[in-house]
Design a protein around this ligand. Sequence first.
Ligand code: WT7
Length: 587
Amino acid sequence: MPAAAIHKLTGSQHVAPYLSDYDAACRAFTWESARAQLAGLPGGGLNMGYEALDRQVAAGRGACVAARFIDRQWRHSDLTYADLLESCSRFGNLLQSLGVARGECVATLLGRSPELFTVVLGTVRAGRVCSSLFFAFGPEPLKTRLQLGRARVLVTSDELYRRKVAPIRAALPDLQHVLLVREANAGELPAGTADLAQLLGASGAQCAPAPTRDAEVALLHFTSGTTGKPKGVTLTHAAVIAQHATAKLVLDLHPQETYWCTADPGWVTGIAYGVIGPLTRGARMIIDREEFEPQRWYRILAEERVNVWYTAPTAIRMLMKAGTALARARSYPELRLMLSVGEPLNAEAVLWGTEVFGIPFHDTWWQTESGAIMIANFYACDVLPGAMGRAIPGVEIRVVRRGAGGRLEVIESPEEVGEIALRPGWPSMFSAYLGDEQRYRAAFIDGWYLAGDLARRDRAGYFWFVGRADDVIKSAGHLISPFEIESCLMSHAAVAQVGVIGVPDPIAGQAVKAFVELKDGVAQSEELRRSLMAHARRLLGAAVAPREIAFSAALPRTRSGKIMRRLLRARELGLPEGDLSTLEAGT
Ligand code: WT7
């Protein structure tokens, strides 16, 4: 029995919402008018960096704070829109002088720092492609991603360079420049690197934005599939149209409101709603340079007077675990909208928001491939606890099934589960899986983009998440490819076969569990298990490595030799084993 709808806008509101009547907003909306709300480049064309910075400065917001950084010692440093425009201009000139061509890839491996903003915005403003990588990745996942993106430039810190990049540098022939964000006492520059601050200081402070077109690639994000390499998802400058529109209609961001996005810049949310979208709205962003800590988070919400907060279910569950008293120790009179994304948000979590903050969490759904929020519980509309929300204006979204003859059919019944399908045509839709045209084409069937998620859609148009249609694991909001972990464990001398699945975890949603079949003659031992664990952590990084490794005498596989993850999962969780017709006997 789903929880009752939470009716919104019953009390007094701080500001009038941008979207108050959902149906009317859908009727009135066109992507042409959404684009017309942006400036566009003076000579025609569109540029994300220009919309985020130049346009704000031109509108008189140069002296307004764009981003406030808070460090471990609770020291604050503010960057204004004018500051950012200057540092990004310097970075544009720097790329030019380094000989980095338009369309080439600049990668970052950075935490939430001022330099991250300079590099991401400076790169796209200069018409180069930015790829922001997850700092917790180990050398192996970094190598694959830097190779796939053919990154020319990497911006990172001394420490990350030494630990993760130096060991793989020889395998990265395209990587010509490594620029380091240096600590005060970092010592001598490692060979083959340069000091970012020094180079920026020596670069000119004026730089015109590149004359990019709507369809030109601006961002490269990596996401995980079930098989093979990670997918390089490209977003074009036109994505800023949807990121701006949703920052307005879903995040309901008003100029100079205080906004806090807790996502890591190594994932799409951290860029779309942690850098670009909010700046195009003229927001004042809070950036916490530290990792999650309940007391710290409540202090930020209260002392920084956050108005709009975009976070994720894992963090919400950890806050819930830390107890209601901690949350209630402070008050949050300015907090008017709380949102969540990335994984299923349980109804209990939505209601906990209402209990503790007096307002519910608003779930939103989207993907790296969609480039912007696609489904949302809108600020001014009823929140259905447990539902992801409704399609944003301008995008047709339904659940579909494969009907007779393999054609897709739209499901009308609110009871029936199907795959989420989006009608192409929204501006932030990914433009490619880098170097994999076939995989890109395979994502579109009968005029729909298939998202790979299963859901139901009720009569009011609200979507209810059911699960993923594939084997991809979602742990603490991160998509993890079982294949990438299997490949890593396979590289250990003792291992014959590996199957990796996600198992339920009360906080992270799912945790990674690996089943390992050893080579003939190798004995199982606790020592070997630890050695496998260390191997995985060293190569993959702790965020991706399995939480648990179990030995198995014979992993279930198909007659053609494919590990049956579905069956591993069923056996692990005590679910029905389903169709076993392809199972190899004795496995
Ligand atoms: C996958 C996309 C773009 C946000 C960051 C993740 C899952 C996303 C929800 C939600 C249940 C969700 C889906 C989706 N997901 N939002 N509200 N409820 N599941 O982007 O890494 O490309 O992951 O995250 O499975 O397909 P991503």
